[in-house]
Design a protein around this ligand. Structure first.
Ligand SMILES: Cc1cc2nc3c(=O)[nH]c(=O)nc-3n(C[C@H](O)[C@H](O)[C@H](O)COP(=O)(O)O)c2cc1C
Length: 442
């Protein structure tokens, strides 16, 4: 019998995979690094790696249709005379006018208002349509100071001092010339059509002591009425949270590495910062060590997609969450109905991330007057409201199954982890064991 020896199939490298090879060739051909929008695309430990246990004999579940499970949250109760009350703990994250069209900002305001939650301005200032359609609007105070003025500080319901973003801790914003329309240029008091790179650190302070003075200044301007948030990128969450509390924050916003961005270097998005899951427990620990957990509220963002993600973030100790990318998808971003046009741009629905180019077929990440018209802010706002409602109901369903009459009563004990990495990061036991790897110290 003859021995059949089939040819050895060609073997591709796991290190030099097709994407990596193409990226090397692209860099060699152009000499420029890749800039893109959205968050980290690599797989990192995330909320999917956690499961709720639900109730059994030792825990008694709540009846879905008869027993109440509260979803409300109050933000800014530490110092502000007028804290914010929200019906759902899912807020809309800061996304700039400039990165997004005026219609998109309006849609976000409309959707958040129907759902009883807040929306947030961004790098580039506050637009009238956004203020007009947002019942509760958080005004970002950024290193760039684009669009910053005391009048808008007073028109806001809360102020968010942006120290960093999860997609790029230590990096500044970018808005490329294609998107600097007359209106965007006027609001930022910068020339039209020229690339804008925002500062990576705030010129008004160099450390927590000066930040404290800045916060006092903002409180004076707004008569101590408005809650002051501090937003940090997920880098050193224990120390950054502690320092934000020391500086006088009412609320800490913590954004993990999966967090979206309008435009940043791909190498930055994928290689700097910590996964959202790894950020929450150290931040909560800092609040607990200072006796401030639930007194200074914690908002977590970066890759939140469903009511399960919301419930898991809250069970780990967050008071609320913020969504960026998911809100854009809800209003129509990357919708398959624009597939032919995505293909013309060399991409496909679900992967389109060249938001900095301003050619978005869905009319969301653009300032092109014709493309912008494609987004109906009223219908898009309704879609966002539906999505927020579904996520809230999902989180409520899980909380009831765990026997909790408020989403805030969810706790780490309700969770187990599917992997050792998630177990170590979330500080909950590996499923089927009582083991938490690496417990003790951050
Ligand atoms: C299009 C876009 C624009 C953004 N602009 C800002 C901004 O101006 N200021 C800011 O602090 N964060 C900005 N972010 C980050 C969000 O506030 C938020 O941290 C992040 O999107 C949360 O992660 P998620 O997108 O996975 O929900 C932006 C994000 C996106 C997607």
């Amino acid at each position: 019998m003859s021995y059949h020896n089939p040819p050895t199939p060609p073997r591709k490298s796991a290190t030099f995979d097709d994407y990596t090879l193409a990226e090397i060739r692209r860099a060699a051909a152009t000499g420029i690094y890749d800039i893109r929008g959205a968050g980290a695309k690599r797989k990192v430990p995330h909320f999917d790696d956690l499961l709720f246990l639900g109730a059994s004999i030792s825990r008694y579940p709540l009846e879905g249709y008869r027993e109440k499970c509260d979803t409300s949250v109050v933000l800014g109760s530490r110092f502000a005379k007028k804290p914010i009350y929200l019906k759902t703990p899912i807020t809309i994250a800061g996304m700039s006018f400039g990165a997004l069209s005026g219609h998109a900002k309006e849609a976000l305001g409309r959707g958040a208002t129907i759902a009883g939650t807040s929306t947030t301005t961004g790098d580039g200032g506050m637009t009238d349509e956004e203020r007009g359609h947002s019942q509760t609007l958080v005004y970002q105070y950024l290193p760039s100071r684009y669009g910053m003025n005391p009048k808008d500080l007073r028109r806001a319901d809360a102020i968010e001092i942006v120290v960093g973003q999860g997609a790029k801790p230590g990096g500044g914003g970018m808005l490329l010339g294609q998107k600097i329309s007359d209106r965007v240029a006027e609001m930022r008091t910068l020339p039209k059509g020229i690339d804008q790179r925002s500062a990576c650190r705030h010129p008004d302070w160099t450390g927590p002591d000066d930040l404290e003075i800045k916060i006092l200044e903002l409180r004076e301007i707004t008569d101590w009425q408005k809650p002051i948030y501090i937003k940090i990128g997920g880098a050193r969450p224990y120390y950054d949270t502690a320092l934000a509390v020391k500086a006088g924050a009412d609320v800490v916003v913590l954004d993990g590495m999966q967090g979206g961005t309008a435009a940043t270097q791909d190498v930055f998005i994928e290689n700097v910062g910590m996964p959202t899951l790894a950020c929450i427990r150290p931040a909560v620990q800092a609040l607990q060590d200072l006796g401030m957990h639930r007194k200074v509220q914690l908002i977590v963002s970066g890759g939140i997609r469903s009511g399960a993600d919301v419930a898991k973030a809250l069970a780990l100790g967050a008071d609320a969450v913020a969504i960026g990318t998911a809100a854009l998808v809800a209003i129509g971003d990357n919708d398959p109905r624009w597939e032919a046009e995505y293909n013309e741009l060399g991409t496909t629905a679900g992967a389109y991330d060249d938001w900095h180019e301003g050619k978005d077929p869905a009319g969301i990440t653009t300032q092109d007057p014709e493309l912008m018209k494609r987004l109906d802010p009223v219908a898009a706002g309704r879609r966002l409201a539906n999505y927020l409602k579904v996520m809230t109901l999902e989180a409520q369903t899980i909380a009831r199954a765990c026997g909790k009459n408020h989403l805030h009563n969810l706790e780490p004990e309700d969770l187990v982890a599917l992997t050792m990495e998630a177990s170590a990061m979330a500080q909950v036991p590996l499923a089927g064991t009582s083991w938490i790897p690496g417990k003790g110290g951050f």
